[in-house]
Design a protein around this ligand. Structure first.
Ligand SMILES: [Zn+2]
Length: 296
């Protein structure tokens, strides 16, 4: 049987009671001590700032209303190997001693000794915001293609990640507006400030093709476009950021020329679409009319 190790959690200065802010789906958490010191749990530092941009998690409360917990971490090791495969963070209420699993995280990388030796990583400021936009719009094919055409004119390089059913394979390449028009569906479209190669953006490649990293728009100088069919209308999602948080936890500006292009892009949306459904929504005439009809 594979090895399991249970560890008590304490800070370097010996504090053992924490308030917890958790995003369980994303597997990240922040622990705050009685003296107000913040710590990322496990490898949360890599994801925390991205995850909290939309909403900052509230503190965990026990059913007895207490929000102070002691922590234990259970490490599940891979068979015949020194790497950890799965980690459970167990929280015990400091008031009523009720225990629950606060966080469960699967680990897909190696080595993992950092997670065992330093389960808490000091965090100076857990609440940093950076400038990011998440917009959407109900667009026809023509409105979508006109928007991309405008991005070509702004000087963006246009890349597409798409799936070819006949080959059961995913591809990533730069596309022209004609190719995009012929393609129909795609997985993601990138409007990029600079030229991209597969190695810049790929998480992995195998016989089923290229798998891209998630959330490239957060750190990269690019606009990400995805689309979903919602009740027969094509809803496009547009994401980009003109700032990012560096490894040291500081907010950095992306290039001035990327910022200038995003402003021109927003100007295009304001001039060509209807901005009434919500402040982040830019709909085409047809899409907006459908939305009003569906609402009745
Ligand atoms: Zn309790």
């Amino acid at each position: 049987m594979a090895k399991e190790v249970l560890k008590e959690v304490a800070t370097d200065s010996g504090e053992t009671e924490f308030q917890l802010r958790l995003k369980r789906v994303e597997g990240v958490g922040l622990a705050t001590t009685r003296t107000g010191q913040h710590y990322f749990m496990l490898d949360s530092a890599d994801y925390w700032y991205d995850v909290i941009q939309e909403s900052y998690p509230r503190t965990k409360k026990c059913s007895c209303k207490s929000e102070w917990f002691t922590l234990q971490i259970r490490y599940y090791y891979r068979e015949h190997c020194d790497d950890v495969e799965y980690i459970e963070v167990l929280s015990t209420c400091a008031n009523c001693a009720k225990t629950s699993i606060a966080l469960g995280v699967e680990i897909h990388y190696s080595p993992t000794d950092g997670l065992v030796n330093r389960p808490l990583v000091f965090c100076k400021n857990p609440q940093i915001k950076y400038k990011a936009k998440q917009l959407n719009g109900l667009w026809t094919d023509a409105e979508f293609l006109n928007t991309v055409q405008h991005c070509f004119q702004l000087g963006f390089f246009v890349y597409c990640w798409y799936f070819v059913k006949q080959e059961n394979k995913r591809f990533f390449k730069s596309v022209s507006i004609e190719e995009l028009a012929d393609m129909g569906n795609f997985l993601r479209l990138y409007l990029s400030q600079k030229e991209l190669t597969v190695s810049d953006v790929a998480q992995a490649t195998d016989e089923l093709g290229v798998y891209l990293k998630e959330d490239l728009w957060r750190t990269g100088e690019l606009i990400e476009l995805t689309s979903y069919n919602i009740n027969g209308n094509e809803m496009y999602f547009v994401r980009y950021a003109t700032q990012f948080i560096d490894k040291a936890g500081e907010v950095q500006d992306k290039s001035e020329s990327f910022r200038a292009k995003t402003i021109q892009f927003e100007q295009y949306l304001k001039e060509h679409f209807i901005n009434k459904r919500h402040k982040n929504c830019f709909d085409g005439e047809w899409g907006y009319a459908q939305f009003l009809k569906d609402r009745k």
